[in-house]
Write a protein that binds this ligand. Structure first.
Ligand SMILES: C[S@@+](CC[C@H](N)C(=O)[O-])C[C@H]1O[C@@H](n2cnc3c(N)ncnc32)[C@H](O)[C@@H]1O
Length: 279
């Protein structure tokens, strides 16, 4: 499960460009963040140290802070502008609350020692990294014994309509590839983790037209230039005109529909496993 076509510096640039208006477009991300957070309702864990990877403007990190007020939280993102937005939205810290830290780093090379965190989370970031398996390995490496990993990512049914149109227009190279629940489970199974739970939600979002959908994707930071080998850009004018004709997934309000699938996964540090060190 490696996505070599993702251009990492470009992903960082796309999110940096999107950072100031990211929250206006992030309704779905927040909904998925809320649902990911709800997984913690059923978990017995009092983490001392938490790492939130790809924290963006910090929505999911703030949910973690509310839930675990005494935990020390590390918020990590590859984009400095996203971290800046997160800092600005950070509520005032009371003296009895633990510290939070902001770190600019890559999810695939975490700047932390083996076994540093009791809870490692990530809301909707894995689909952006070049090598999701490496990100999972890193999440597992920095996990302390008795700790838990919890994350969400987009699944295979995400933007299935757009994918079908682009395939017809022979422009599929513009789309990210998303995993299914089974391949995600298999990837996690190959790490020293246990009590694995994965589930999914399918959302249908409505847009006035294809242009509005594409604008939304750009606002989310999903610029096609983040994907290498693009054929003149997902948002090139000619392709957009062709897409408008091809995209026939209308709804009864005169607009168009788009599917988004959220995958959620949680897993525990496998008892008696030996620590994993960075390669
Ligand atoms: C959809 S946003 C995440 C939203 C955030 N987790 C929340 O719940 O509000 C994806 C984030 O992943 C970050 N990102 C993308 N690739 C990354 C990488 N390789 N390492 C760390 N962060 C990355 C982007 O900069 C962006 O802020």
């Amino acid at each position: 499960m490696s996505a070599d076509y993702i251009n990492s510096p470009q992903v960082r640039k796309s999110f940096t460009r999107a950072s100031s208006h990211y929250d206006d477009h992030a309704v779905l991300q927040r909904e998925i963040g809320d649902r990911l957070d709800a997984h913690l309702n059923f978990v017995k864990l009092q983490p001392k140290r938490i790492l939130d990877i790809g924290c963006g403007t910090g929505y999911f990190s703030r949910l973690l802070q509310q839930r675990y007020k005494k935990s020390e939280l590390y918020m990590l993102d590859v984009s400095g502008s996203m971290l800046q937005q997160a800092t600005q939205q950070q509520p005032r810290r009371f003296p009895w609350q633990a510290k939070h830290h902001y770190m600019q780093a890559d999810a695939q090379a975490l700047p932390f020692a083996t076994g540093s965190f009791d809870l490692v989370t990530s809301n909707l970031t894995m689909q952006w990294v070049t090598n999701p398996q490496k990100m999972m390995q890193e999440m597992r490496r920095v996990l302390a014994p008795k700790g838990m990993i919890l994350f969400s990512t987009f699944g295979r049914r995400t933007l299935i309509e757009l994918r079908q149109c682009l395939a017809t227009l022979k422009a599929s190279g513009n789309m990210l590839a998303f995993p299914d629940v089974t391949s995600l489970g298999n990837s996690l199974q190959s790490l020293a983790l246990e009590d694995l739970v994965s589930d999914s939600d399918l959302f249908t979002l409505e847009y006035p037209d294809v242009m509005a959908l594409v604008r939304e994707l750009k606002g989310m930071g999903a610029s096609s230039s983040a994907i290498q080998h693009r054929q003149k850009g997902l948002y090139g004018r000619r392709l957009l005109r062709q897409l408008a004709d091809e995209y026939t997934y209308g709804n009864d309000k005169g607009g168009v529909n788009a599917s988004f699938e959220a995958l959620y996964a949680q897993a525990w540090y496998k008892k008696d496993s030996i620590p994993i060190y960075a390669e």
